[in-house]
Design a binder for this molecule. Structure first.
Ligand code: NAD
Length: 254
């Protein structure tokens, strides 16, 4: 088991069909204790992990609020005594309206930036005092392969995920002295509830359209992201920081 007795917070892991929940279940199988943090109810994910013999709690969290993120870190420490891993997975994705850039309002732009870019920053600020005290920690920020493809109908989403990579690089410099690694995991279009909702709203079979463009001609499932997420959280990636791991079946080569 690669994460035996590690304590991991995963934001946006409250949807059983989502990438965060798949990573959480895999971390639990690798021996980690989980804090499921989401603005929506995450008890179903907690119960699933417990039914599989794992340990998990749910903490309702809004990543746009620094107070809420600090309360999340506090709850993690009160329950498990430490914070070893933070996965910044929460995002506005499924509710993004695909539209021409001329139609994107400043309210929509700011809302997406606030969750997708400021959210990870708020969470990093909240967990870093404990990780620095421990002189060790692993942070994984979810970006997207769309930062390479530059999908035209969601410029705010694409920009917010580009900011995640830039934040990773900057924070790697700030936290390296505390033996904290921080890396970006960038999935390609993945078959989650959110992915299916985007397809339904746009009326486009996005997964089928992308399949022939991949070296590996299948549509990824959330579980396809779990292995790379374990690697970035485990000791096997201890000398790797500020990097982006692209997991899109070979559409892009970064
Ligand atoms: N599914 C894909 O095709 C795909 C592709 C590339 C990247 N990603 C990224 O992977 C991650 C997971 O994607 P997913 O498809 O599972 O999406 P998802 O919409 O199922 O998951 C996002 C989660 O974030 C939560 N959330 C939203 N706002 C929040 C807030 N303010 N505070 C706390 N939680 C909040 C939601 O409740 C949801 O559970 C996201 O960061 C997404 O951008 C997804």
């Amino acid at each position: 088991m690669q994460l035996q007795d590690k304590v991991a917070i995963i934001t946006g892991a409250g949807d059983l069909e989502g990438i965060g929940a798949a990573i959480a279940q895999r971390y639990a199988k690798e021996g980690a204790k989980l804090v499921i943090a989401d603005i929506q109810d995450g008890e179903a994910v907690v119960n699933t992990i417990k039914a599989q013999g794992g340990e998990a709690i749910f903490v309702k969290t809004d990543v746009t609020s620094q107070e809420s993120c600090s309360a999340l870190a506090k709850a993690c420490i009160e329950n498990f005594g430490r914070i070893d891993i933070l996965v910044n997975n929460a995002a506005m994705f499924k509710n993004i309206k695909g539209q021409a850039f001329t139609e994107v309002t400043s309210e929509e732009w700011n809302a997406v930036m606030n969750v997708n870019s400021a959210g990870p920053f708020n969470c990093i600020k909240a967990v870093s005092p404990m990780m620095l005290e421990q002189q060790g920690g692993k942070i994984i920020n979810l970006s997207s392969s769309t930062i390479y493809e530059g999908s035209p109908f969601m410029p705010h989403y694409v920009a917010s995920k580009g900011a995640v990579m830039a934040l990773t690089r900057s924070m790697a410099r700030s936290l390296g002295g505390g033996n904290i690694t921080i890396n970006t995991l960038a999935p390609g279009f993945t078959q989650t509830a959110a992915g299916k909702e985007i397809e339904a709203r746009s009326g486009l079979p996005v997964a089928e359209m992308l399949k022939p463009m991949r070296c590996l001609q299948k549509t990824p499932t959330p579980e396809d992201l779990a292995g790379p997420a374990v690697f970035l959280a485990s000791d096997d990636s201890n000398f790797m920081t500020g990097q982006l791991l692209l997991c899109d079946g070979g559409i892009n080569f970064n």
